[in-house]
Design a protein around this ligand. Structure first.
Ligand SMILES: Cc1cc2nc3c(=O)[nH]c(=O)nc-3n(C[C@H](O)[C@H](O)[C@H](O)COP(=O)(O)OP(=O)(O)OC[C@H]3O[C@@H](n4cnc5c(N)ncnc54)[C@H](O)[C@@H]3O)c2cc1C
Length: 385
């Protein structure tokens, strides 16, 4: 290793998603920051393929990063949205029991939500719930008034613009294809859209590459399944993708029957919160996301064909919430991919935010990563000192 200072940037953040850009905005307050992104624009992967729900921190293990950072992030997202003109709706959400045998599951969710000190939650009878969502045949519900929906694309755009205002440079169409430690920092090898290679150096490196995070860790020599590396015990970085398909409610009259997200009981082992009904800030209504584990290394295709089997599944799930829903009122919508450290047979696994000598690794930043983006950024800034 040779001494190599000054570096091109004090910090390089890999990945211009919601989390990488929130981190860049935070770090650029005190340091020179360069964001490197392989696509031609920001938020092209997970940050633009999600439900946009501002979560209230209901489900996560008490004291976990997901619990604490989501709980902290919930009011911060509303505050940020208000000051940065990002469309947001504080509409609340219902978690509903639609059959007698689901009441016990609702008790479990309630226990976790109260342990997590979720703001303002209430138990509602079916009748009370139906005053909020008259078309859903709820028999009992949990009401979470602090849940809302945000325009995720506008949120990411506002993070990018705020990071630039603070002096961060954002470089698109450059993929990080190699990385090594050098004296006092890191050297990264980049490849642009024309295949041209270049390299940059930095004192600190934040790996916020979403689905690309394990590859970058591997380039630095970390074992993906955890274990010793240069005398440091590393955690598990290996990720799987869990596909979340949506179907949209394409009949505007049916979409108008719903005013807020309505969730069934969660399906943590399947990898999600149960196929639910969401609304967006424009009044659109969607069913999803479903859960589907993909084999490791599977390519992530963001297009969705209209497969009969999925249409039938979505219709059946949709009819539980809106019994009169017809097949011609739904159509395939977006597809998102959850980056999972969790394995198919496991319950919820926490976010991974891990620091080793100037390297910060963000792993498994699935939901509620959008809601927690600002506190995640604070946590990364604290890790870097
Ligand atoms: C179906 C679904 C629904 C969700 N719903 C919600 C919700 O309602 N509420 C909520 O709070 N959260 C939700 N989430 C989670 C939320 O969307 C994510 O936590 C968040 O968007 C993650 O942001 P990110 O910046 O970490 O990742 P990404 O947005 O994926 O950004 C990572 C970036 O890194 C880039 N990159 C990767 N490798 C390289 C490389 N080698 N070189 C250069 N660039 C690279 C990628 O191109 C990408 O742009 C949902 C997620 C999914 C999948």
């Amino acid at each position: 290793m040779t001494a190599e200072a000054p570096h091109d940037a004090e910090v390089v953040v890999v990945g211009a998603g919601a989390v990488g850009l929130a981190i860049a905005e935070r770090l650029a307050r005190t340091r020179s920051v360069l964001v490197v992104e392989r696509h031609e624009g920001f938020g092209r992967e997970t940050s633009s393929h999600n439900s946009g729900v501002v979560h209230a921190s209901i489900y996560y293990e008490t004291g976990s990063l997901k619990h604490r950072l989501c709980w902290e992030g919930n009011p911060l997202i509303y505050e940020w949205a208000d000051t940065h003109h990002v469309p947001v709706r504080r509409c609340g959400k219902l978690i509903v029991a639609l059959a007698e045998e689901e009441r016990g599951g609702l008790d479990e969710v309630w226990r976790q939500a109260t342990a997590n000190d979720v703001r303002g939650i209430e138990r509602l009878t079916g009748e009370q719930a139906r005053t909020l969502e008259p078309h859903v045949p709820t028999i009992e519900a949990i009401w979470s008034p602090s849940t809302g929906v945000v325009d995720a694309a506008a949120l990411v755009r506002s993070y990018e613009s705020a990071a630039r205002d603070r002096g961060a440079l954002v470089v698109y169409q450059h993929a990080v294809v190699g990385a090594e430690r050098i004296a006092g920092g890191f050297r990264l090898e980049l490849r642009d859209a024309n295949g041209q290679r270049s390299s940059i150096t930095c004192a600190a490196l934040v790996n916020s590459a979403g689905h690309g995070a394990p590859n970058l860790a591997a380039a630095l020599g970390y074992p993906l399944d955890g274990g010793g590396h240069e005398g440091i015990e590393a955690p598990v970085f290996r990720q799987l993708a869990n596909r979340g398909r949506y179907y949209d409610i394409v009949d505007p009259e049916v979409a108008r029957m719903i005013s807020r997200p309505v969730y069934p009981l969660p399906e943590h082992q399947a990898g999600g919160l149960g196929l639910h009904l969401t609304v967006d800030t424009d009044g659109g209504a969607h069913l999803g996301p479903a859960t589907e584990w993909l084999p490791e290394g599977a390519s992530l295709d963001y297009r969705q064909a209209d497969e009969a089997e999925w249409r039938a599944r979505f219709l059946a799930a949709g009819q539980r919430f809106l019994p009169g829903l017809r097949e011609d009122q739904i159509a395939p919508g977006q597809v998102g991919y959850r980056p999972k450290i969790q394995r198919p047979d496991q319950g919820l696994v926490d976010f991974l935010i891990w620091h080793d000598r100037g390297y910060v690794h963000l792993g498994g930043i699935e939901s509620p990563g959008l809601t927690a983006s600002l506190p995640i950024a604070r946590t990364v800034a604290e890790a870097l000192g």
